[in-house]
Ligand binder design. Structure first.
Ligand code: ADP
Ligand code: MG
Length: 348
């Protein structure tokens, strides 16, 4: 599996590791500010958290605990998770944690608001394609047709802490968990008095405040055609930068075609609607994560309405014609470092 694909350019701090505070690496940068940095492997991906200020170590430790407990609750593959219990409840109502209920309710709302492009009930189809088992293959059309009958986020019944799925309906929160986790980490930082922090959760970047010197964070977005390199840099403060791309998890079939891990809920096939990567930039990580997945599915023909619906969010989309389109809110904050053409998106 390819690790997720945005770097934190801002976090390349010119200078060296000076000493360690317990498991946390303390790095001194040229501004004499001292971030605490923590690397974690969780949610099937590499994460790095950096925080500045007196409480940084404590805040990072709390954030790590929170990430680990969210992973435990929400993982679709771990047989001790709440989502696993829900998916194997044979149609019975199950009482879930606040996090799981919140995410399921948000997923339903965002499913509705994105015209069903985000649909957390595609899980059985995703599994059939081999994305959670490693048994990658193109399923028989009849199997896809049968599995499609048991999808549809509107089938999920929520009532207080209780959630009920009809028999054969199963969910997976993978499209929004990391965005929500970012929001939760940033909230912990804020509550601990941290005013400057940047995190990368498997490439999804989220920042609290600005860099300690008051300038914006510079976040590099990967080139979907050359995932080892960056295609552009955006500068942000207090925002998340979240990408869905066809290069993150995929397999190539015998006919040479690439199939990625984002499923089009309308036909049960991996989405291939003209986009190879979609980056969403905005204050709420969960919404950015949901929109990056939804827009990737909506594709060239159907994304303009959705983009217009979220004017407070910015978007960077790479088409399968190798052109970068970005929304005009990014003008002055976007630097193309690739050989692709980049132009402002026309959505009006
Ligand atoms: P990543 O997990 O690489 O950050 P995304 O945020 O785009 O990428 O989420 C992709 C994941 O979301 C898939 O691995 C799967 O778990 C789930 N998923 C796939 N297609 C959909 C969809 N149409 N709606 C909701 N969730 C989806
Ligand atoms: Mg997503």
């Amino acid at each position: 599996m390819h690790n997720k694909l945005i770097d934190i350019a801002a976090v390349i701090l010119g200078s060296m590791v000076l000493f360690s505070c317990s498991r946390y690496t303390v790095v001194q940068n040229n501004d004499d500010t001292v971030p605490c940095s923590l690397d974690i492997f969780a949610m099937d991906t590499y994460m790095n958290l950096k925080a500045y200020g007196a409480n940084a170590e404590k805040a990072l430790s709390e954030a790590e605990d929170r990430i680990k407990s969210l992973e435990k609750e929400l993982s679709v593959t771990s047989d001790s998770s709440e989502i696993f219990a829900l998916n194997n409840s044979s149609g019975e109502a199950v009482s879930l944690s606040e996090d799981a209920v919140f995410l399921i309710e948000q997923a339903k709302l965002l499913g509705r608001d994105t015209d069903g492009y985000l649909d957390i009930t595609v899980f059985p189809i995703l599994r059939e394609w081999g994305f959670t088992t490693g048994n990658y293959h193109i399923p028989d059309v009849n199997i896809i047709a049968r599995l499609l009958k048991d999808t549809g986020f509107e089938k999920i019944i929520t009532n207080g802490s209780s959630v009920q799925l009809p028999e054969n309906v199963q969910i997976d929160l993978g499209a929004i968990t990391k965005g929500y986790t970012g929001d939760e980490v940033i909230e912990i930082m804020r509550s601990k008095g941290i005013s400057s922090c940047v995190i990368s959760l498997g490439g999804n970047v989220q920042a609290l405040g600005t860099k300690p010197d008051g300038t914006n964070w510079k976040v590099a977005v990967r080139d979907p055609y050359k995932p080892e390199t960056d295609m552009c840099i955006v500068d942000i403060a207090d925002k998340a930068v979240i990408t869905s791309g066809n290069y993150e998890r995929y397999f190539i079939s015998d006919d040479g075609k690439r199939y990625c891990h984002i499923i089009d809920p309308k036909d049960g096939y991996p989405a291939d609607n003209g986009f190879v990567s979609v980056t969403v930039i905005g204050e709420n990580g969960l919404t950015c994560d949901a929109l990056s997945t939804a827009l990737f599915v909506a594709g060239e023909e159907n994304s303009a309405d959705l983009i217009r619906k979220y004017p407070e969010y910015d978007f960077i989309i790479v088409s399968d014609k190798e052109i970068i389109y970005y929304t005009k809110g990014l003008d002055g904050h976007f630097k193309n470092t690739s050989s692709m053409a980049a132009e402002v998106m026309k959505v009006d």
